[in-house]
Write a protein that binds this ligand. Structure first.
Ligand code: ZN
Length: 325
């Protein structure tokens, strides 16, 4: 039992991924006051039942204080108004079609908001991170795949139903290899950890060299050291794909900042310097001028924090909502 108080400065945040689910009690200032972590057990357990378990486990240390509601950031594509899962990859079998918002509101009697996990990250960046004081920015999250979110005029751009920002599937080469999404030459194929590892492996095999241990980390350290042509080539390919995608995003959306986090962006300054050069090669000077390419702050809990902070987005609770006492 969690008590609802629409004026509370606290909310429950949940970050749902393919391997783990984080739940936390989060303050309006973004502090994590309680935190629990459960393995998702994707494929064995019902993801929704695991989410409920994660939220309930927050009460294990004693009853929770009254909260404003529950905010969820989840893997997959979310129909934002209804808070149901429109599509999820094979990472979370059985999750597609789950009316998650409704299930959580019924189960806990609290307002719930459900959004895509990178949108939740963007909310954390907007309120607490590298997007503070900036009304127009784009987040690109590099990891196993590539996720994205767009903030325009100080608000998340959600599109017709919530699917906006699927930036990993911007095609940067229409003659490129086939992607799982059905298109060709998607950004994710080059710039994700998986993509960089595959690029390095391909180059090593073509040169008749052993490709064991060819992962993204090895590629980035080889590129930074400047003594490995195959690693450098794989990372340069990722940078070029990212530069081209960032230019297209600048042309389409005229952002002030493009925030990039995770994966190869963890290489820091050399990565951003190289990316800046690639971005300027691809972008119209008038639209490239003044665009800042910056690292996302993106800490371990920023998805969790951003998920909860959705509850303070103007008017968000009212969207498609019922009455709560
Ligand atoms: Zn794709």
């Amino acid at each position: 039992m969690i008590v609802h108080d629409g004026r509370s400065s606290l909310a429950v945040g949940v970050d749902v991924g393919g391997t783990k689910i984080l739940a936390g009690l989060i303050s309006e200032a973004g502090e994590v006051l309680r935190r629990m972590e459960l393995p998702t057990r994707a494929g064995e357990a019902d993801p929704c039942a695991r989410i409920v378990e994660a939220i309930e486990s927050l009460g294990a240390e004693g009853a929770l204080p009254p909260v404003r509601g529950i905010g969820v950031g989840t893997a997959g594509q979310v129909e934002w108004r209804s808070g149901s899962i429109r599509h999820s990859s094979a990472l979370l079998p059985g999750y597609t079609g789950t009316p998650l918002r409704q299930l959580l509101e019924d189960r806990f009697g609290l307002p719930a908001l459900v959004d895509n996990d990178v949108n939740a990250l963007a909310v954390a960046e907007l309120r607490l991170g590298a997007g503070r004081g900036c009304r127009d920015f784009i987040c690109v999250a590099l990891g196993t795949g590539v996720g994205g979110a767009v903030v325009s005029g100080g608000r998340l751009m959600r599109g017709a139903w919530g699917g906006a920002g699927e930036l990993g599937h911007l095609s940067v080469d229409r003659h490129g290899p086939r992607c799982i999404c059905g298109s060709r030459g998607c950004l994710e194929l080059y710039a994700s950890g998986t993509g960089i590892a595959a690029g390095l492996k391909r180059r090593l095999e073509a040169a008749g060299l052993p490709a064991d241990g060819a992962d993204a980390r090895a590629a980035v350290s080889g590129w930074l050291a400047g003594d490995d042509v195959h690693a450098a080539s794989a990372v340069e390919d990722a940078l070029d794909a990212l530069g081209a995608a960032a230019a297209s995003l600048a042309h389409a959306l005229n952002p002030q900042r493009i925030l990039i986090g995770g994966g190869v962006a963890d290489a820091g300054e050399p990565f951003f310097a190289a990316l800046q050069a690639r971005f300027r090669e691809h972008a119209m000077p008038s639209l490239a001028a003044g665009v800042e390419l910056l690292p996302a702050v993106r800490g371990r809990d920023s998805g969790l924090i951003g998920a909860a902070l959705q509850l303070w987005e103007d008017g968000a609770i009212g969207v498609g909502s019922r009455e709560f006492s």
